[in-house]
Design a protein around this ligand. Structure first.
Ligand code: NAP
Length: 285
């Protein structure tokens, strides 16, 4: 199996490295072409000029771009290069509806589609330990599993196309709650004048310990918000979550509060910072 990847951002670039390390990666494409050229040089793979050219070179296409319209644009652009031997795996975070739309678009060429969003941050992408939630045909998933194992530590088949994104939406709501809890609690610790390094260390070892606290706890209290996971991307995800929750009659207070606070931060020019920049609104004044 030969793989190609579209989208070499914070998540896509380290995934490309892990696919290259296991010998599966044959080519890359990125909208900002200089990024694709640099990755192709580093990984000794082909730098395609457009998504369709990449599709003609490989049989497995990974897509890791920002938002719903971006995924659909890329699907459209790769169409001329696709046939029924291809599997397209979208690891971006988008809505379940977009996943189903993408699968329908690709059905014309006979290519199979999996929605396979991931969780675990850029650290998980670098280490190849991401948790992946997959929607689509399980037989297809089992065929591409060896490639997925190059970038993940856990793969769970959730159901038909769209179910992977449904699971990721649940993850994103939980991530909002964790961000709210960690930023507010650490602001409380800082206001008391506690040693933040010791505080993060001891809480990480107990029942309130969590990934976000361990990886972003100290940096946020130092005013460092390099992404990571861009706040504007989480805002995009939470808008999708809210729409799904309201449609299902599920309360979305936490999501509403986080959307409002993220919108305030984006207005202040913080959209490209890590989501831990929420600390800006919580820290002791
Ligand atoms: P990022 O660093 O902003 O990179 C986005 C990538 O998408 C770039 O390569 C960008 O190309 C490309 N792109 C955007 N719009 C495009 C379009 N219309 N056509 C073609 N390419 C396009 O974002 P990221 O953090 O890697 O996130 C990528 C996806 O993974 C998002 O859906 C995000 O929600 C999800 N995710 C992120 C994290 C995280 O911790 N960062 C964790 C889990 C999931 P250019 O280089 O030309 O801008």
């Amino acid at each position: 199996m030969k793989a190609g990847i579209i989208g070499l951002g914070a998540m896509g670039a380290p995934m490309a490295r892990n696919l290259a390390r296991t010998g599966y990666l044959s080519g890359v494409w990125n909208r900002t072409y200089s990024r694709a050229e640099a990755a192709a040089r580093e990984l000794s793979v082909t730098c395609a000029h457009d998504p369709a050219e990449l599709a003609r070179l490989v049989d497995i296409m990974f897509v890791c771009v920002s938002a719903d319209t971006d995924v659909l644009e890329v699907m459209q652009a790769m169409q001329p290069g696709l046939n029924s031997d291809h599997v397209v795996i979208d690891v971006s975070t988008v809505s379940s509806d977009t996943a189903r739309r993408a699968a329908r678009m690709l059905a014309h060429s006979g290519a199979a589609f999996l929605d396979a969003p991931v969780s675990g941050g850029v650290e998980g992408a670098r280490k190849g330990t991401l948790a992946m939630m997959v929607g689509g045909d399980e037989t297809v998933l089992n065929r591409v599993r060896p490639l997925l194992e190059a970038i993940t530590g856990r793969i769970v088949h959730m159901g038909e196309v769209g179910a992977g994104q449904g699971a990721k939406a649940v993850n994103q709501v939980m991530a909002a709650g964790i961000n709210q809890a960690v930023t507010e609690a650490l602001a409380f610790g800082q206001a008391q004048g506690l040693d933040m390094k010791k505080l993060v260390d001891v809480i990480s070892g107990g029942a309130a310990g969590n990934w976000f606290l361990e990886h972003r706890g100290l940096t946020m209290t130092q005013g460092l918000f390099a992404p990571g996971f861009k706040l504007a991307l989480h805002h995009k995800d939470l808008k999708i979550c809210r729409q799904m929750m309201i449609g299902l009659g599920v309360h979305a207070e936490l999501v509403d509060k986080t959307l409002k606070e993220y919108a305030d931060l984006m207005e202040q020019g913080c959209g490209d910072e890590d989501i831990s920049a929420l600390y800006r609104l919580k820290k002791p004044q």
